[in-house]
Ligand binder design. Structure first.
Ligand SMILES: Cc1cc2nc3c(=O)[nH]c(=O)nc-3n(C[C@H](O)[C@H](O)[C@H](O)COP(=O)(O)O)c2cc1C
Length: 176
């Protein structure tokens, strides 16, 4: 049984990205999904001064251990003003102080969604370019536009997008 982390790059309690990451991870065969909610890993705003004074917070150490223990990572990122949410970037900054290889070369399915038509394309592009420099082994990526039009309780209801997602899940499955 493979361990897959489903992480929403948002600290919204009702995060649509957490929902998409969990939905996608649940579709991966022979695996268990471990949902990593950023709200359960609350972290102070990173500063070098704080790190020098107090060291690395326990929640960063716990999140790092969770990634270490995983066979694969499914991340869906929220986009705030064209980039990562502050909560997600802050988590990355703390994690990078433990190990520069934040994502530890674990197979990664990188996603983004938003209620808008671009589906977080900007943050997805940023992460696609940046993550390989800190241990990101990106196997597949997927942007889901217009979340509330294309996603319901039953899951992805757009036939073409569903087909694309399933193909990418298959590719990811073969890599873990
Ligand atoms: C401060 C702020 C900035 C935002 N900027 C963007 C943006 O640049 N692009 C976008 O598609 N949506 C943007 N949104 C809308 C988010 O996509 C939307 O709130 C979404 O639900 C966030 O994902 P989450 O539910 O996983 O947190 C923004 C929302 C907030 C609160």
């Amino acid at each position: 049984m493979k361990k897959i982390i489903a992480l929403g790059g948002s600290n919204s309690k009702k995060s649509i990205n957490k929902e998409l990451a969990q939905y996608t991870a649940n579709k991966i065969a022979n695996s268990e999904t471990i949902v990593a909610d950023l709200n359960e890993f609350e972290l102070p705003l990173y500063s070098t001064d704080l790190e020098n004074e107090k060291g690395i917070p326990d929640n960063a150490i716990k999140l790092n251990a969770l990634i270490e223990d995983a066979d694969g990572i499914v991340i869906s990122m929220a986009e705030h003003n064209g980039s990562y949410t502050a909560a997600f970037k802050n988590a990355i900054d703390w994690l990078s102080r433990i190990n520069q290889k934040v994502w530890k070369d674990k197979p990664m399915f990188l996603m983004a969604t938003s209620p808008g038509a671009r589906g977080g394309a900007a943050v997805l592009n940023t992460a696609n370019m940046a993550f390989p420099f800190f241990g990101g082994n990106i196997i597949a990526d997927f942007s889901l536009p217009s979340f509330y039009d294309n996603f319901s309780k039953e899951g992805l209801n757009n036939v073409d997008l569903n087909k694309t997602l399933n193909q990418k899940i298959q590719t990811f499955q073969e890599a873990i």
